[in-house]
Design a protein around this ligand. Structure first.
Ligand SMILES: [Ca+2]
Ligand SMILES: [Ca+2]
Length: 104
């Protein structure tokens, strides 16, 4: 599979859009950027992998809610050192820590 990304995004993971292994403020900003690009109809070269990484609540769209979820994850886990799962924040059954997914 060939990828055409504007930025050197190595391997975007769920909520970790720049693929650096950490959920940080930058990842929330990246979701916001994708959201604003969508508003401007500049869909461009958004790969399926990046879309899945950005659509953390799994409703099939990249919206402000997704950015807020990433921000919540970042502030809860990184800043406040709580242990809050993606599933708790987003209710997304396809989240990597969803109990449904762990069964498989
Ligand atoms: Ca990151
Ligand atoms: Ca979404």
């Amino acid at each position: 599979m060939t990828t055409t990304t504007e930025r050197p995004i190595e391997d975007p993971q769920f909520g970790d859009l720049d693929g650096n292994g950490r959920i940080e403020l930058q990842d929330a900003l990246d979701v916001l950027t994708l959201y604003s690009q969508k508003l401007l109809s500049r869909k461009g070269s958004l790969s399926a992998q990046l879309f899945t990484a950005a659509d953390v609540d799994g409703d099939g769209e990249i919206t402000l809610d997704d950015a807020l979820c990433v921000l919540t994850y970042y502030s809860s886990n990184t800043l406040l050192h709580k242990d809050i799962s993606w599933y708790t924040i987003t209710g997304n059954q396809n989240a990597p820590d969803s109990p449904k997914r762990k069964k498989n």
